[in-house]
Design a protein around this ligand. Sequence first.
Ligand code: MEV
Length: 337
Amino acid sequence: MLSLKKLTWEVLVSASINVSAPGKLMLFGEHAVVYGYSCIVTAVDQRVYVKAGFNGKDELVVNAPQLGVSGYRKKVDRLCDQEMPKQVSFIEAVVRRFYQNYGLVRGLEIATRSDFSHSYGFGSSSAITMATATALSKLYLIKLSKKQLFDLCYQAVLDIQGVGSGFDLAAALWGKTLLYKKGARLVKKMILDQLPIVVCYSGVKADTPTLVRQVAEFKRKKPRKVKQIFNKIEQLVLQTEKVIIQKDWQGVGKLMNTNQRLLEDLGVSTLKLEKLNKTALNAGAYGAKLSGAGGGDCMIAVCLQSKRDAVEQALIKAGGEIMPVKLNSKGVTWQKK
Ligand code: MEV
């Protein structure tokens, strides 16, 4: 028997476009990337799905049962004009940007679902934004280059969060593993057939904009110190690019540990993340670091396959939750129903 959630998903939108976009995992370079330095991000095999179609009305209707959103409605000429529930804000913002850019106003029915909880820090908001923009471009037969699609989504994300480098949108769009610079000024696909890492959720949901603003404040107070940290992060990101290609996992681990220490110097690590990192290292990992904004979300550890079990078990014992994600996944894809 179909569950109610599945049924809602199936019947809500007919004659529609189905899009899926991957979540992301930051490997190296978080925070510095906000200031124009490079980072390495990979797309994960956990995806979000957006189904979109016209509804013949003058309103946007959103259903996102996993986010507790059911039958949310807003007139299309009034998008983002007042407080919105956070769960639909990215959808409203990207639809509004799209409609403004192309002079369009037609009612839409949008349904979303996700392979993963939005708590894990895998970038569900950005993936939904990218999937929605892609669906709109296909519904309206508006041909957009990848960069145009990126720019539209980046504007929409900035409308809502005010800050961010757009690295998560890049992962959602281009997929794979990318050497990336803010605003997609650099998007270089890296060769990465494998990277033996363990991903572990710390149990605490991080608030990225707050942490980005915290670093901005630290930078305002200690500009030289923060510049030095960012320069070191940039150097290690560029080194990592080479070391990954050589499949030198011990080398990658060493760079992870250095990146973690620099993030601690920036003040974004937590005791829980540090405990998990230490646990992974004690269980035989070559290196470990937080992944993303800090303050919670996930940590990652690089280890040989032979040590994976021990590392995972130790992390669980230390209160972490292992995330079975695969890296290097494909970017946004779509299908007409
Ligand atoms: C958050 O996952 C990564 C940050 O660098 C923010 C960003 O790049 O948008 C902290």
